[in-house]
Design a protein around this ligand. Sequence first.
Ligand code: AMP
Ligand code: FES
Ligand code: ZN
Length: 312
Amino acid sequence: MNCTKCKTKAVIDLPRHNAAFCKGCFTGFVHDQVARAIKSEWMFGKEERILVAVSGGKDSLALWNILLKLGYRADGLYVDLGIGVYSEQSHAKVTKFAEAVATSHGATLHLHTVEQEAGAGIKELAQLIHRPTCSTCGTIKRYQFNRVAIEQNYDVMATGHNLDDEAARLLGNVLHWQEEYLDKQGPSLPASVAGFAKKVKPLYRLSERELAAYAVLNRIDYIVEECPMAKGSKMLQYKEVLNRLETESPGTKQTFYWGFLDKQRKKQPTAITMTEKDRAVLHPCASCSQPTTAEVCSYCKMMAKAKTVVPR
Ligand code: AMP
Ligand code: FES
Ligand code: ZN
């Protein structure tokens, strides 16, 4: 198998693109896909400051690496969830990578530790406040990503969601006809109201397999294990189903998700309504000022509850 571009020996084949690449051309292909995503979805420019949420996994570390290589101003944010060995190991991977890019690009790493603010790690906290771990975790991560971006004056916040993540989420939203979530599932969400950072997903054109290959070929040391709390989750089930379809018909995930984005783009007036809708229902949280539909936001409610039950 030879590289489609330069005809030397290929190291990876990409059935959905009907192509194969050597290491150099594959790295170029990945960078190109990210550059195309940034441009076509108006994500950010070279002058803007980007905050990348890094979990220690392949996607987010690859994203931070790619943005710096493409010449963007990108810093990192790690949220330490306090999930035993898993968090210790992911924290170590993030720190190691951050030290390297601090030296090579002057990039900075921000850190938020759940235990410091909530008095307990995510598992214990969820049990104490009687909520599922993953939804507690989702609320905390979303809140902290936005808070750090706003407080530290970043123009945009980026996550490492890839094509597999987005196609699986789309499948879930379609199966349950969650129209409100469908409206907001794009790779670029504007800062609809003051207090909300713009949010982007520059890896939506790349699959999980392609990002794993990129990380390995570019010697990015990442945590291979998934979060232990995610075992048996609906998301993993949707991914499995989509992978089976992809094996039979390469390009299925791309057709599914990119097709959805095409349809969304053609529905321009709805995008405007979404911002207008946000403006109509969101106002500052009475406790922390972050936008919310309720009097007090769900994060502040959660922390208030934690204070009453977590022994200090
Ligand atoms: P996940 O929801 O675990 O698939 O993660 C999706 C994206 O959220 C990752 O690619 C990261 O950008 C970000 N992320 C997940 N967990 C963390 C974390 N603990 N700290 C910072 N960013 C995270
Ligand atoms: Fe949030 Fe696992 S519970 S990453
Ligand atoms: Zn609040």
